[in-house]
Design a protein around this ligand. Structure first.
Ligand SMILES: Nc1ncnc2c1ncn2[C@@H]1O[C@H](COP(=O)(O)OP(=O)(O)O)[C@@H](O)[C@H]1O
Ligand SMILES: [Mg+2]
Length: 397
């Protein structure tokens, strides 16, 4: 494309420093120019705008991710060319959600900019497809450990992968790790943690379904992971509104949501529990873990009148018990309630999967853990009357 070929095209330049080279490169275009801190202009583009040139260095990276995600949600977004060097991965991922986008590495000459802009504009604008309106009837299961290390994260991962496999290609499942400071789900799955919830907390109303797509990491088989990168101060930074908004948007996008919930109370814990169709308290078969499970389950019941009744899942059940571990009857006595599910111990499968990065159902599909999680999913997805009948048979069923 030579400069005259941009004649009359509507181009927005974000970042005044980029304006001179843009004006040289796309000489006869119709320019609008905004400062790098005026990303709000991207939220109010007129329909004729064809190309947006952004100086990534002039704008705040997180604001830019949010603004670009907003563009990606438009029915007919303009082409976007981002200029900068060493661009953060999150920014590049946000850009990839746009039908027409490219990156130009700084420093560059006017001729390079003209070439990149020309190539983008030469691509056909996307065909507008009306997205089907998603009925909001997502089901949400929260998994919480009675003590650290009892297997809550492992079970949350296996539940989410089992649901994703069963529900088929038309349904989407999210595993949401709310251990915001040091969640383990991304490491267990060998996946990157892309959820910048702390940054988004400054303007939680901007967390919409397109921002969610940027936050999500695809795991495969219809499963997405929403997990925050490690940040020791994350719990102080993430607001209650941001967590609620995240889950509200997730319910619009996903059919199933499995939450790996921290057991320590956060300002948003009760909101999460109140929005959960199932609350699964995971315990191991040790006396302290069982007593904690009992206390946690009754706390949830007291604080959440009318909400989901917590269910106890006993993890790492040994087929042969070595040492003085409580029997199931003793465990249920300590719990003062029946256990609703039991997962067999299989250290080899659990360790191999976390070391390889991925679910146990992927790396060790024949593990008893996978079988037992399958039984639990069957039970929890049965209609309520069938559930009541099998509940009376307890873990042994
Ligand atoms: N059923 C099981 N059999 C054997 N090992 C398990 C089982 N469930 C979990 N583990 C292992 O126990 C350890 C703690 O599990 P994790 O899911 O991180 O617990 P939590 O999230 O409750 O802290 C991990 O090494 C995990 O692989
Ligand atoms: Mg955990």
């Amino acid at each position: 494309m030579n400069p005259s070929e941009f004649s009359g095209r509507h181009v927005l330049v974000v970042g005044q420093g980029l304006a001179p080279v843009a004006e040289e490169a796309l000489a006869e275009a119709r320019f609008e120019i905004a400062a790098g801190d005026r990303l709000d202009v991207l939220g109010a583009l007129h329909a004729a705008m064809e190309l947006v040139l952004i100086d990534a260095e002039a704008a705040d990276a997180v604001d830019l991710v949010v603004a670009i995600a907003g563009l990606a949600a438009l029915p007919n977004p303009p082409a976007v060319l981002l200029a900068g060097s060493h661009l953060p991965t999150s920014l590049v991922r946000a850009l990839m959600k746009l039908p027409r986008s490219d990156v130009i590495e700084a420093p560059f000459a006017a001729v390079d900019l003209a070439r990149a802009a020309g190539a983008l504009l030469a691509q056909a604008p996307p065909v507008v497809v009306q997205a089907p309106t998603h009925e909001v009837n997502a089901r949400c299961w929260s998994v919480v450990g009675s003590v650290g290390g009892c297997g809550a994260t492992t079970i949350a991962i296996e539940l989410a992968t089992a649901l994703a496999r069963r529900s088929g290609p038309n349904q989407r499942v999210a595993l949401v790790d709310l251990h915001l400071a040091d969640g383990a789900a991304s490491a267990y799955l060998g996946a990157t943690a892309n959820m910048m919830l702390a940054e988004a907390s400054a303007a939680p109303e901007r967390i919409d379904t397109s921002v969610l797509e940027v936050f999500a990491t695809k795991i495969g088989d219809g499963l997405d992971l929403l997990a925050a990168p490690r940040d020791a101060k994350a719990f102080a930074k993430v607001s209650q509104t941001a967590v609620c908004r995240l889950l509200e948007m997730s319910a619009q996008v996903y059919d199933w949501i499995v939450i790996d919930l921290p057991r320590h109370h956060q300002p948003w814990t009760m909101d999460v529990l109140a929005g959960s169709d199932e609350v699964l308290v995971v315990s191991e078969l040790t006396v302290p873990a069982l007593l904690s499970a009992r206390a946690l389950a009754s706390e949830v019941e007291t604080e959440l009148t009318g909400g989901a009744q917590p269910r106890i899942i006993l993890n790492r059940l040994a087929s042969r018990v070595f040492g003085p571990a409580p029997s199931l009857a003793e465990a249920e006595k300590a719990l003062q309630r029946k256990a609703d599910g039991g997962i067999t111990s299989d250290w080899e499968a659990a360790a191999a999967s976390v070391n390889l990065g991925g679910s146990i159902s992927h790396h060790r599909p024949r593990s008893k853990i996978v079988r037992d999680v399958g039984v639990l999913v069957d039970r929890l997805t049965q209609p309520a009357d069938v559930q009541r009948a099998s509940a009376s048979r307890g873990v042994r069923a």
